[in-house]
Structures are given as structure tokens and as C-alpha cells.
Design a protein around this ligand. Structure first.
Ligand SMILES: NC(=O)c1ccc[n+]([C@@H]2O[C@H](COP(=O)([O-])OP(=O)(O)OC[C@H]3O[C@@H](n4cnc5c(N)ncnc54)[C@H](OP(=O)(O)O)[C@@H]3O)[C@@H](O)[C@H]2O)c1
Length: 220
């Protein structure tokens, strides 16, 4: 499978690129900072320079051409509300439109768990981030793409163990970035997992089994 990653040099993007490359997928990893080319190449992916703010839909579509799936795990990462709007919001819309223009239907978006930050004092920047993420999810669900939205809990940098809880509605919790990457890799291998929104935390189910259960929930 040929996968185009947006946000490939990020905390989730890097381990995902490495996992996909290791299993034989061809991965193109988009980055905006030229210095990140080496980071992406070290995962086994092919670096592609690009910027969700500067690039037009046509520019992005040209970069996406020939791939089977897009994974969007980019984010403004607390660099301001304007950037959040441009990257986490309009960036998703541009990428989705570009995917459709390039004839690529599979589109996997890393969004955010709706319960994030509920135990903290309200913060305008964070509330803006949550609204933008939700609006991007809404936009994607109204496209004709074979979309999959994954909403991870609070991201952690501890090494992954491949064990998660994944479901349509689960209790809030932390999730290791490497476990998110492992879940995304498993989900990409099952294109029939689409048109759904999955909440994801660390847990006790191996990622492949978690994806299989989402496709065929066990009867109790
Ligand atoms: N932090 C949390 O607890 C949490 C929880 C749930 C969901 N999330 C979401 O999970 C996703 C992945 O998180 P992460 O930890 O992997 O994030 P990250 O490490 O900040 O990675 C985001 C990547 O997006 C890239 N990016 C930013 N602006 C861009 C642009 N204009 N064009 C192209 N690429 C751009 C960044 O590149 P640069 O280095 O150039 O900025 C970076 O490589 C994000 O969308 C985040 O909002 C986060």
C-alpha cells in the first residue's frame, strides 16, 4: 500500500512511518521544515516537502497522486489560535479536498477525544482547539471519502506496548503515541474500517484484535 502521511515528522507520525515502512508499505512523509527530511528518511519513508498553510489544494493533490491512503496527524501544537485554525482546521479541509481531487478515498484523521481537558480550568486557546478539531471532524464526515477518524486520549511519549482500548465510546485516558501509531497501522490494513469515529486509549487489547473487534463486535 502507498500511504501519504501529513505530519510525518511528528510524535505520532514518526513511529507510524517506521511501522508502515517496516511492513513493506511505501510511505511518503510530508514535512514543511527542510531539516526534517532526514528525520523522515530515517523511518524508511520518502520525505516530501509541503505546508498545509502555504500549499493550495492543487499543490497537495499533486503530491498525493498515486497513493492509496492519506493519514493526517499534523497539528499546530499550541502555537496559537490562528495556526490552530489554519492547520488543524482548514488544513484538514484542504487535505480532504485534495485527496478527493487526486482520487484517493481512504483518509485517516487523528483528531482529539472530546473529554480532553475537562479536568482543567477553561482556557480560551484550548477551547478554540477543541472547537476547530470538532469542526474538522464534521467536515470530513460530510465528504465522499472513505474516512476514519481516530480520537486519542492524552498523548504520552512512553514506549508503546501495542495494547489499547478502542471503541465508539470509551472512558477517557492516556495513550502512548507509539500505540496510536500501531493502531493506525492496523486500521490502515483493514480498509473496511471506515465511516466511523473511534476513541482510543492505552488498554489491554492488541491493536490488530482491537481493529478486528471494531469490525465484528463480539456478542456477549
Ligand atoms: N497532545 C495531546 O495530548 C493530543 C491528544 C489528542 C490528539 N492530539 C492530536 O494528535 C495529532 C498528532 O499529535 P503529535 O503529538 O504527533 O503532534 P506533533 O508532534 O506536534 O506533530 C505534528 C506535526 O504536524 C506538522 N505540521 C504542523 N504544521 C504543519 C503545516 N502547516 N504543514 C505541514 N505539517 C505541519 C508538524 O511539523 P512542524 O515540526 O513543522 O511544526 C509536526 O511534524 C495532532 O493533530 C494533535 O492535535 C494531541
Amino acid at each position: 500500500m502507498k500511504v501519504f502521511q501529513i505530519g510525518a515528522a511528528g510524535g505520532v507520525g514518526r513511529p507510524l512511518a517506521a511501522l508502515l515502512s517496516a511492513r513493506g508499505d511505501e510511505v511518503s512523509g510530508m514535512h514543511r521544515n527542510p531539516e526534517q527530511a532526514a528525520v523522515i528518511a530515517a523511518t524508511g519513508a520518502t520525505p516530501v516537502i509541503g505546508d498545509l498553510i502555504e500549499d493550495s489544494v492543487g499543490d497537495l493533490a499533486a503530491k498525493f497522486a498515486g497513493h492509496d491512503a492519506i493519514v493526517f496527524s499534523a497539528g499546530a501544537h499550541g502555537t496559537g489560535t490562528d495556526k490552530t485554525t489554519l492547520i488543524d482546521g482548514q488544513g484538514v479541509e484542504k487535505a480532504a479536498e485534495a485527496a478527493a481531487r487526486a482520487g484517493i478515498y481512504r483518509f485517516v484523521l487523528v483528531s482529539v477525544f472530546p473529554d480532553a481537558g475537562r479536568d482543567r480550568e477553561p482556557n480560551p486557546g484550548f477551547e478554540h482547539y477543541m472547537r476547530v478539531k470538532k469542526t474538522a471532524d464534521v467536515f470530513l464526515t460530510h465528504t465522499g471519502l472513505d474516512w476514519l477518524i481516530v480520537r486519542p486520549g492524552t498523548l504520552r511519549d512512553e514506549p508503546g506496548n501495542g495494547l489499547v482500548t478502542a471503541g465508539l465510546a470509551i472512558e477517557y485516558g492516556d495513550v502512548r503515541r507509539e500505540n496510536v501509531a500501531a493502531f493506525l497501522a492496523a486500521a490502515l490494513a483493514r480498509p473496511e474500517l471506515r465511516h466511523t469515529i473511534i476513541e482510543l486509549t492505552d488498554g489491554s487489547t492488541p491493536v490488530e484484535a482491537a481493529v478486528a473487534e471494531l469490525l465484528a463486535p463480539p456478542r456477549s
